[in-house]
Write a new protein. Structure first.
Length: 200
């Protein structure tokens, strides 16, 4: 079975291919099918945005597709940055400015007020089938300053529960083992395996 992956991020594509290394499943990027411009994320939930991207690929190529949407959720900020995580400091801003704004907003907060979680929703769509969803979360807290040069996004300011190093200080295999996306993909894997069986 061929499964189109709704991402232009090579690192994310590698992670998805690793977690979904299922015999008989061929994972294709938009570049593999001649290129495709992913739609703007206009949904108001992680689920809506993941579904929007997967459905766009399925509609364009009449093939099964997988997409994810993820972000950082801080309860004391009312769930922000949430679905706006990648553009928290504005549509033209980058990860550094997003972290600057987050650290500024959390200045002076202590203890449980710094609790946060990374959330990822994975959606799979296919012609004539109901969409499939899987959720993954990684609990932790927001540090007072950046630590580490690895990872991307908010990784340098996120300390996962049970770890003494920030997400940006973890080795890639360590990060993938606890990451929200890794957990969502591992939850989706058995659903895809059932989908691939002749009776599914």
């Amino acid at each position: 079975m061929e499964l189109l992956v709704a991402t232009l991020n090579e690192g994310k594509l590698r992670e998805i291919r690793k977690e979904l290394a299922i015999p008989g499943l061929v994972l294709l990027s938009p570049a593999d099918v001649g290129g495709f411009e992913l739609p703007e994320e206009t949904g108001d939930t992680f689920e809506a945005n993941a579904l929007l991207k997967a459905r766009a690929l399925t509609g364009a190529f009449c093939k099964a597709a997988i997409a994810d949407d993820s972000g950082l959720v801080v309860d004391t900020l009312g769930g922000r940055p949430g679905i706006h995580s990648s553009r928290y400091a504005g549509p033209e801003c980058d990860s550094e400015k997003n972290m600057d704004l987050l650290l500024q907003e959390m200045r002076g907060m202590k203890g449980e007020d710094r609790h946060a979680r990374f959330v990822c929703i994975v959606a799979v769509t296919a012609p004539m089938r109901e969409p499939l969803f899987a959720r993954g979360e990684c609990e932790g807290r927001i540090l007072g300053a950046r630590r580490g040069a690895g990872g991307f996004g908010y990784d340098p300011v996120f300390l996962p529960d049970g770890h003494a190093r920030s997400m940006a200080e973890l080795f890639l295999d360590e990060k993938n083992a606890i990451s929200h996306r890794g957990r969502a993909l591992r939850a989706m894997r058995p659903m895809l395996e059932r989908m691939m069986t002749p009776s599914a």
